[in-house]
Design a binder for this molecule. Structure first.
Ligand SMILES: [Zn+2]
Length: 252
């Protein structure tokens, strides 16, 4: 199975130049999985083709992770009406309500979509991948880590995580072939945030989880990405930084 991972958005909390808020497109078999749908990512999708067999997972309801969901819903509506989309897009999101964002997504009548729940006990089978979730218990609101697991490949996307429940995060990411982990800060930022990671903390998680490869994401828009890479590689050498459009491919 060929697996292609395309970073569509790698910065937060706002898009800048050719960089968008969080989003990763994963293509395999005939399927597409979109992990988060941040501001600006729709610019980098190929529509209407990418709407076919598209499964969108929203990890939590912070605006930087859902900013383009309305645009995608409306795109599905328009392309369906034009006869270019027969299958509904599939949107998965946590059950809880937060600042009405969930309700607004569900109430959007100009969309061609089905809706599904994300919670700890839920799993979905999409092609060869089993998809599972775990509330990371360390961000400012309920936020889910996502695991894609086939017989030969395990990908874990942390979304936004903080410094609590590190043991649980490491356990969830255990033995992943690719760990996509957020790194909002650098050590030099001297941030005392407990609800986001630094690059070196992300790298430590990768090391302790025995991940094969670390892909850092969720960078501060005004910061140089290379600084994150340097900080992380001091702890975990097999680290890459996510760059919009720079694909990672695997044959498994
Ligand atoms: Zn967040």
């Amino acid at each position: 199975m060929k697996i292609t991972i395309i970073p569509l958005g790698t910065i937060s909390p706002y898009p800048k130049k050719n960089m968008n808020c969080p989003g990763f497109l994963i293509k395999f078999q005939d399927y597409k999985i979109l992990l988060d749908c941040g501001n600006g990512i729709v610019r980098f999708l190929h529509l209407p083709n990418d709407l076919n067999n598209l499964h969108i997972f929203l990890t939590h309801f912070h605006n930087d992770h859902i900013g383009d969901i309305g645009a995608l819903q409306y795109a599905s509506f328009c392309h369906h009406n034009l006869g270019q989309l027969d299958q509904k897009i599939q949107i998965y999101m946590p059950d809880h309500d937060f600042r009405f964002n969930r309700a607004a997504i569900l109430a959007n009548e100009e969309s061609f979509a089905d809706y599904h729940s994300i919670h700890n006990m839920q799993t979905y089978q999409i092609g060869d991948f089993m998809i599972s979730f775990e509330d990371n218990h360390s961000h400012t609101i309920e936020s889910y880590m996502i695991k894609l697991q086939s017989q030969k490949f395990k990908l874990v996307y942390t979304s936004d995580i903080g410094t609590n429940n590190i043991e649980g995060i490491i356990k969830f990411a255990q033995n992943s072939d690719l760990l996509i982990c957020e790194s909002s800060f650098l050590k030099t930022h001297n941030s005392n945030s407990t609800t986001h990671m630094t690059a070196s903390r992300a790298a430590k998680i990768a090391e302790l989880a025995h991940a094969k490869q670390l892909l850092l994401t969720h960078f501060w828009p005004e910061e140089n990405k290379e600084a994150y890479l340097k900080e992380a590689q001091n702890v975990f050498p097999n680290t890459e930084i996510a760059i919009e459009g720079k694909k990672l491919t695997y044959s498994k």
